[in-house]
Write a protein that binds this ligand. Structure first.
Ligand code: SAH
Length: 224
């Protein structure tokens, strides 16, 4: 198998934070500390552990990916979390992003549409002892109304356009971070509310796996 010494993971994690995250201008101390703490190598499949702290996304099975560390940091930073928030994540995937959020907010609700992927993420999050992450299996393309309203929503799969239910489930002071666009081009958008109107800000061109489900991409539209 592909395992390194525990100390080697710690060294690589430190250098990931310095060279990939701080180097690109992220300075928020609580976020950097969370990224120094969460053992990312436990969220990737056995054969990829030595690449867990590399500067790119990795496959996690079923055609899905764990995002590049910098992408996790950037999107999290855009949520402006102070520690008191209730956050919704759509697209649990490996569970890594949810773990980072758990260090920065009071309560994290994360939704995964693929039961097998959700099971795996649930096991690792439980084994790490997180008590403020609530994993829901189902279609999150129209949010998760049962637990609304949220202070922040982060979507980690590419939507066609921003589904209206996400706005409906946010507090007026809320923040929504979501990649939108098709198979060839997507952008991270950050939405905030000014005078009862949701205003988008386009942040960065990116490449995500598609958001599926009722409000998402069909396999005909976007095969993977
Ligand atoms: N945040 C993840 C990466 C997500 S990859 C991490 O930290 O590892 C995108 C995930 O979104 C995939 O697991 C995919 O199955 C899931 N997904 C796609 N459409 C979805 C939907 N409608 N509802 C919930 N999850 C969805």
């Amino acid at each position: 198998m592909d395992f390194l010494e525990e100390g080697e993971y710690v060294t690589r994690r430190e250098s990931m934070v310095t060279n990939q995250i701080m180097q690109r201008g992220i300075t928020e101390k609580r976020l950097l500390d969370a990224m120094r703490t969460v053992p990312r190598h436990l969220f990737v499949p056995a054969g990829y552990k030595r690449y867990a702290y590399s500067d790119h996304p990795l496959p996690i099975g079923e055609g899905q990916t764990i995002s590049q560390p910098y992408m996790v940091a950037l999107m999290t930073n855009l949520l402006d979390l102070t520690g008191i928030e209730k956050v919704l994540e759509i697209g649990t995937g490996s569970g890594y992003q949810a773990a980072i959020l758990a260090h920065l907010a009071a309560e994290v609700h994360t939704v995964e549409i693929l039961p097998h992927v959700a099971d795996k993420a649930g096991k690792i999050l439980t084994s790490l002892g997180y008590t403020n992450i609530f994993l829901h299996t189902g279609d999150g393309s129209f949010g998760w109304p049962e637990m609304a309203p949220y202070d922040a929503i982060i979507v980690t799969a590419a939507a066609k356009e921003t589904p209206q239910p996400y706005f409906d489930q946010l507090k007026p002071s809320g923040r929504l971070v979501i990649p939108t666009g098709g198979p060839s081009l997507q952008h991270i958008q950050r939405w905030t509310n000014e005078n009862n109107e949701w205003i988008p800000e386009s942040i960065l061109a990116v490449s995500f796996v598609p958001l599926r489900g009722a409000e998402g991409w069909t396999r005909d539209e976007w095969p993977t």
